[in-house]
Write a new protein. Structure first.
Length: 114
């Protein structure tokens, strides 16, 4: 993992840790399991598809690609099994908790309206 200082205005800076490819490759089985947990949670909640149709929903991390100077966000777990943002949000919790329990610092990404 690389550390970056991000400036948010005068006298405001944060240090963030950004994953690299070498950090995420060994964690692919964990990421796939989180995707499965999310899907199973959604099914257990009745497979409801409600909310705005959004693309790009998922669980994201700060990520720096090879030869890049600054990190950007990247989805490491996708939610392509349901369109509605409310349904995705209501079912993401167990998957996010699983990632955190396995040392992956992720957060929910609501995507964009389609």
């Amino acid at each position: 993992m690389k550390q970056f200082t991000v400036f948010g205005g005068r006298d405001n800076e944060d240090v963030i840790n950004a994953y690299e490819v070498k950090d995420l490759e060994p964690k692919l089985p964990i990421l796939r399991m989180a995707e499965q947990i999310w899907f199973e949670t959604w099914v257990a909640q009745g497979s409801i598809d409600e909310g705005s149709c959004c693309g790009g929903k998922g669980l994201e991390v700060d990520f720096v690609r090879p030869r890049q100077r600054y990190p950007r966000t990247r989805n490491v777990v996708s939610c392509d099994f349901v369109q509605g943002n409310l349904s995705a949000y209501n079912s993401h919790g167990p998957a996010l908790k699983y990632l955190q329990e396995n040392g992956i610092d992720a957060r929910y990404n609501d995507g964009w309206m389609n």
